[in-house]
Design a protein around this ligand. Structure first.
Ligand code: 6PG
Length: 248
């Protein structure tokens, strides 16, 4: 039975970034040093503060980067050096500044035709996690974002991808973006051991209120419920200003 989401409110986005980095460090140090630690990075702009924090002490020195394996929750259909690339954002703000081995960086090949990118990434996940057909990876930690329409990763409202219960990675057409995206599915996310949504900014407040306190099943972000794991929301006070008990 999925745990109840736990909401942590911080005074500003920098504090969200620090708390997320601290939790990442705590989790990786709590796991067996002989095995890889798998982290899914989210896209968009919110994780930039987390990435920047991880490039500073104590994280740059204390995270055992040699056993951290990085994955992405979604990607845009662009090459890795394109300004819209989620991998590109992480490369320039994190990967270039921490000693994570390049073999540990498992980017979604956005330069490929979208369906081929999805199939290729699914193969990479199955290979890395040694998955039988139909089983899902167990990421140690997954960071997620939230769009103002309630999407997360590239799982958008009304998308057929929301009902995908066999594949781990899909390449949905996103009407509102007039573009394909490549995204992990709820099946791929919901076997994670620990999921943290990072949400900052007053523009997310109404969506966050509806996602956390409104009727279930209305937003893609509400479909992210780890079956045997923890679900946490790290938000700043601006994003949380409409939540019950806010400002008490
Ligand atoms: C993407 C993300 C997406 C993002 C949200 C929030 O590729 O854009 O994966 O799901 O997390 O849209 O984006 P911001 O952090 O920029 O608000």
């Amino acid at each position: 039975m999925p745990d109840q989401p736990r909401v942590h409110v911080f005074p500003h986005p920098e504090a969200v970034g620090h708390a997320a980095a601290e939790q990442f460090l705590r989790l990786v140090l709590a796991t067996d040093p002989a095995v890889p630690f798998s982290v899914v990075l989210s896209g968009g702009s919110t994780p930039r503060r987390l990435f920047a924090t991880l490039t500073d002490p104590p994280y740059v020195d204390h995270v055992p980067w040699e056993r951290v394996h990085l994955f992405w929750g979604d990607e845009r259909p662009v090459p890795p050096d394109h300004p819209d690339s989620n991998y590109g954002t992480a490369a320039s703000t994190l990967l270039d500044a921490v000693p994570v081995p390049s073999a540990n960086v498992h980017r979604i090949p956005g330069e490929l035709e979208p369906e081929r990118a999805a199939e290729t990434y699914e193969d990479e996940l199955r290979s890395f996690f040694d998955l039988d057909d139909g089983t899902a990876p167990r990421f140690d930690l997954a960071f997620m974002g939230l769009g103002t329409d309630g999407h997360t990763a590239s799982l958008f409202p009304g998308s057929e991808a929301l009902a995908e219960n066999r594949r781990l990675v899909v390449a949905p057409w996103v009407e509102k973006l007039d573009s394909y995206r490549i995204s992990l599915t709820c099946k791929a996310f919901n076997n994670s051991a620990f999921i943290i949504f990072l949400v900052t900014g007053g523009n997310k407040a109404e969506t966050l209120r509806q996602v956390l306190e409104g009727p279930a099943g209305r937003y893609p972000a509400q479909l992210i419920r780890p079956s045997e794991g923890e679900l946490h929301w790290y938000i700043d006070s601006a994003a949380g200003r409409l939540l019950e008990g806010a400002g008490e």
